[in-house]
Design a protein around this ligand. Structure first.
Ligand code: AMP
Ligand code: GLY
Length: 425
């Protein structure tokens, strides 16, 4: 197939590596990509937020499938433009992408579909925020309504800090004050063709910047898959996946279909397993980052078959995706100052050495260059690289990942040392 992937991060690199690992052999284009992705796909220059431009490129190059990585092109309606012209595209249209783009839209759909989620109150003024805090109690959860790249949410017992966070976003519109939900978090991805869903294997993401879940929220500092502890609570991973498919994914997909805005693409369910049961904390309308980097290396079913079937409404003809029993972990290497104020433009060394560690792949999140022959690769963003390690067990996967990341030099960079530590005992 000729496949065009939109996006520039480690998630898109992981998608491209999974497509390249297939026997079928695809011709893969990417816009804009990054220095690492450019080794695995052909970079092209197309404005990823311009549906007309993406459609023109796809037509001109006889693209069989467009895969939209990040949320911004989805919310901008790029999938709608492609679908109108009959081009198979993996990614929801603007209306269904509101599931991620608007927290209040997501709450409305969940209410209509009877999906279990935390109680939430919309607040438009400081007084309404304060009264919602009184009603729901501490810790306080405040969510900005639109896309905020992981910075819109605060969870804190410090009421003054919670009020200040709400007041920061209030000028732009109402905020959601949500009931605090306690328990382990799980990311579960569903492929959807609008009425049929297929679940992928669960993963867990480490959102805080520092070891022990300290420090600020980030886009994600690491992940692992599968989650062996799900079996203790649900009997098996399969039983958990079936429950969430029945109680969360299918009701939401059916609701959006009934509203005339079918969800075609990846439904990301961000879940908290509370003592009272599974609750949705958020939906995303695209693959999670960095969870994708540990889920896709374990996928044995050809990814392109699944994405194409979802894009063309034939997912019911596809068997459930098959996953390897091997485990995968990823550790994110971040620039000095991430997430507040990352220092970028610094050289990265040691990648070949890192990638020589057995079972390790280096997935690029934000890299450029080298500008000259013999020059260095440069870090261009907050999250720079993902070291992904596969092994038959978590102890070995962790040894491999941390051995590899220790071989990489990037001045001032940092990473968490406790990714998947709890499951490696
Ligand atoms: P979100 O951007 O909605 O994924 O939220 C970011 C992080 O905040 C989540 O991964 C959770 O760790 C935390 N969070 C969000 N909502 C809640 C909630 N209602 N209760 C507890 N933690 C939450
Ligand atoms: N890993 C969190 C996200 O992709 O939103």
């Amino acid at each position: 197939m000729k496949i065009l992937v939109l996006g520039s991060g480690a998630r898109e690199h992981a998608i491209i590596l999974a497509l390249r690992a297939e026997k079928a052999g695809h011709e893969i284009f990417v816009s804009p990509g990054n220095a690492g992705i450019a080794r695995d796909a052909t970079p092209v220059t197309v404005d990823v937020l311009d549906g007309g431009a993406v459609t023109a490129f796809a037509n001109e190059h006889a693209i069989d499938l467009v895969v939209i990585g990040p949320e911004a092109p989805l919310v901008a309606g790029v999938a709608d433009a492609l679908r109108e012209r009959g081009i198979p595209v993996f990614g929801p249209g603007r209306a269904a992408a509101q599931l991620e783009g608007s927290k209040s839209f997501a709450k409305r759909v969940m209410d209509a579909a009877g999906v279990p989620t935390g109680r939430a109150v919309r607040a438009s003024t400081t007084a309404e925020v304060e009264s919602a805090f009184d009603e729901l109690g501490a810790p306080h959860v405040v969510k900005a309504d639109g896309l905020a790249a992981g910075k819109g949410v605060i969870v804190t017992s410090d009421r003054a800090e919670a009020v200040a966070h709400a007041e920061h976003f209030l000028p732009a519109g109402p905020v959601l004050i949500e009931e605090f939900l306690a328990g382990p978090e799980v990311s579960l991805f569903f492929l959807s063709d609008g009425d049929t869903v297929r679940a992928l294997s669960p993963a867990q993401d480490f959102k805080r910047a520092l070891d022990g879940d300290a420090g600020p929220n980030t886009g994600g500092m690491g992940a692992y898959s599968p989650l062996p502890w799900l079996a203790d609570r649900f009997g098996s991973e399969q039983a958990f996946v079936e429950e969430v498919t029945r109680d969360v994914a299918l009701p939401v997909i059916r609701q959006l279909e009934a509203e005339g805005t079918p969800f075609i693409g990846l439904l990301y369910a961000g879940l908290i397993l509370t003592p009272a049961g599974v609750r949705v904390i958020e939906f995303n309308a695209r693959f999670g980052d960095p969870e994708t980097q540990v889920v896709l290396p374990r996928l044995e079913t050809p990814l392109s078959d699944l994405l194409f079937a979802a894009a063309s409404g034939t997912l019911e003809d596809q068997p459930d995706p098959v996953f390897s029993d091997d485990v995968a972990i990823t550790v994110v290497l971040a620039s000095e100052g991430y997430p507040e104020a990352p220092k970028t433009g610094r050289p990265i060394e040691g990648l070949d050495d890192a990638e020589s560690v057995e079972g390790v792949r280096i997935v690029h999140a934000a890299t450029a260059g080298p500008d000259a022959p013999g020059g260095s690769l440069l870090a261009t963003g907050g999250r720079v690289l993902n070291v992904v390690a596969a092994a038959s067990d978590f102890v070995t996967a962790r040894e491999r990942a941390y051995d590899a990341i220790g071989r990489i030099t990037l001045e001032g960079s940092h990473f968490r040392t406790d990714i998947a530590a709890r499951v490696a005992k």
